[in-house]
Design a protein. Structure first.
Length: 65
């Protein structure tokens, strides 16, 4: 189990029944980065990955763009 799994499990437990829009998620990510600028690159990578999930050709097998 990765350390991040704990946070993901907490998110699922606390908010798993809620429905959100991607507009809401984008705003929360912007706020998070404003408060935590050191996380700008990981948040950008996560957002890009989520945006391109259906575009298999956008990412190489090793995860690089």
């Amino acid at each position: 189990m990765y350390f991040t799994d704990r946070g993901i499990e907490e998110l699922e437990k606390r908010r798993g029944e809620e429905e959100v829009t991607f507009e809401w998620l984008a705003e929360q990510l912007r706020t998070f980065v404003d408060l935590n600028p050191d996380f700008e690159v990981p948040v950008e990578r996560l957002a890009t990955w989520l945006a391109r999930l259906d575009d298999e050709d956008d990412f190489a097998a090793d995860g690089d763009e």
